[in-house]
Write a protein that binds this ligand. Structure first.
Ligand SMILES: Cc1cc2nc3c(=O)[nH]c(=O)nc-3n(C[C@H](O)[C@H](O)[C@H](O)COP(=O)(O)OP(=O)(O)OC[C@H]3O[C@@H](n4cnc5c(N)ncnc54)[C@H](O)[C@@H]3O)c2cc1C
Length: 435
């Protein structure tokens, strides 16, 4: 058995700090008690941790931000906590090297000081690595693509303990697979290199409707938002709660000034036929705009369940009517949310096989979010699935998915299986629905 001496720290049940560090952000997996949590502060720590796990035969789960909806960064074996590797540096005013344990809030703040940013997600505590490995959808994505589309290289510790740098020229198959297959599949990423983009000034958009005919609004959004100019992303949430009217919130960002943004939004409002209360505010650096949005998934005290699917065309009126009828059913027990995220734009200008992320023809993503015990999630997902593309975002893993290989990876699955065989032939990294 190798010694376990780390530059970082080792936490065991009962040791000071164990309870704080063992818990992932996702409340559904807070009771899982790992035998060890290894807080890594160097690449050598990761190598030592993998050697130790190999010798003991225990399952090891890498953890960045700890947000995985399927609990894949939790285990009763060894949690490899990478939060001690969270440096961000920028070279040549453009290429950022980011430690695998950094979270989005840190990344945006550090890049902002250099006038740069990344098209990445919203939640400030979401890990940059988990997000990037599964794709990375955000408010600048229709203009600049997925977070993984900006990845130019990564350092990875492989199951046997070797440390490799991968990019377009070195270990190209691994580099291809890291861009969209989902986290924890091939090795432990220790750092990521990104080609950043200039941080834009943005206009913040928020609008609210309540007590209206929501099918008109959702139809209008489906026809309009996925093909709006790339500079504008607006997402729509429709939510219900017991004893409250159903309400809808439009939230998003434009890299246009305030006036052109208002004119564009008027097109959507005219199509929907009902005016909202609306707040459009220009002149915000992107980094500040992100801080002004509360994420509907960021409710740490509630165990949430999320199911989702991509759509390559607008829903039929029949499907939409059934979806909305269920949202506001008489047996509503807690808050239920349908969140529509606009795709199109730069997301769709990359070939399906250019990276592991296969979902390049989709118009929007729909999430069904409720308390973990609410059976509505399955009913609502099934109602929408009638018109869905059958494709599912790897960053929203769904244990209930039947054909998960096609759902997450579509036509890229066989190449991913070959990469898995080459880099992790003994399935050192394994979990339900692993490649
Ligand atoms: C509040 C909230 C907001 C979100 N917002 C967005 C959004 O705006 N856009 C979007 O696209 N997605 C969003 N997501 C989904 C998010 O992208 C995924 O949950 C993602 O997997 C989270 O990564 P993490 O590092 O925080 O989670 P973790 O649970 O730490 O990791 C996720 C997966 O990656 C693996 N992993 C982590 N680090 C490494 C590593 N260094 N090497 C190898 N594997 C690793 C883990 O083992 C696990 O399988 C959101 C989720 C939440 C909960």
């Amino acid at each position: 058995m190798p010694d376990l001496i780390l530059d970082g720290e080792v936490f065991t049940p009962g040791s000071p700090g164990y309870d704080a560090i063992r818990r992932p952000v996702n409340a559904a997996y807070r009771e899982v008690r790992p035998r060890l949590v290894l807080l890594c502060r160097s690449v050598s720590d990761v190598v030592r941790a993998l050697a130790y796990a190999t010798a003991t035969g225990e399952r090891i789960a890498p953890r960045g931000g700890g947000h995985c909806f399927a609990g894949r960064s939790s285990t009763d074996g060894i949690v490899l906590d990478l939060s001690g590797l969270d440096g961000v540096s920028v070279a040549d005013e453009r290429v950022a090297t980011i430690g695998a344990g950094a979270r989005l809030g840190q990344v945006y703040a550090a890049l902002h000081t250099c006038g740069r940013t990344l098209p990445a997600g919203c939640g400030p505590t979401v890990g940059i690595t988990g997000l990037t490995l599964g794709g990375g959808i955000g408010l600048l994505g229709r203009m600049h693509g997925l977070t993984c589309d900006r990845l130019v290289g990564a350092q990875v510790v492989l199951p046997g303990g070797s440390v490799v740098d991968c990019d377009h020229d070195r270990e190209p198959d691994l580099f291809w697979a890291l861009r969209g297959a989902g986290g924890g599949q091939f090795g432990v990423v220790t750092s990521l290199r990104f080609d950043t983009v200039p941080e834009p000034m943005t206009t913040r958009i928020e609008a609210h409707w309540s007590d209206i005919a929501f099918d008109e609004l959702v139809s209008a959004w489906q026809a309009w938002a996925p093909q709006a100019p790339d500079e504008l992303t607006v997402n729509l949430t429709v939510e219900s709660e017991p004893s409250a009217p159903v309400r809808a919130t439009l939230f998003g960002a434009a890299t246009f000034d305030e006036e052109p943004t208002r004119s564009l939004l008027q097109e959507l409002i005219d199509r929907a036929g009902v005016a909202p209360t609306i707040d459009v505010r220009g002149g915000l650096p992107y980094h500040h705009l992100k801080d002004t949005f509360a994420d509907p998934r960021e409710l740490p005290e509630r165990a949430l369940r999320i199911r989702s699917e991509f759509f390559s065309r607008a829903m039929s009126h029949r499907t939409l009517a059934s979806l909305l009828a269920q949202l506001d059913g008489p047996e509503t027990v807690g808050r239920r949310q349908l969140t529509f995220t606009a795709m199109g734009g730069a997301y769709n200008r990359v070939a399906e096989d250019a990276t592991a992320f296969a979902h390049r023809k989709e118009r929007f993503l729909l999430e069904h979010i409720a308390d973990a015990t609410d059976p509505w999630v399955d009913r609502s997902w099934a109602a929408a699935h009638a018109d869905g593309s059958g494709h599912v975002y790897p960053n929203f893993p769904d244990p209930a998915l039947e054909d998960w290989a096609r759902g997450y990876h579509a036509g890229n699955y066989s190449r991913l299986a070959a990469v898995k065989n080459a880099y992790d032939p003994y399935r050192f990294f394994d979990f339900p629905q692993a490649i």
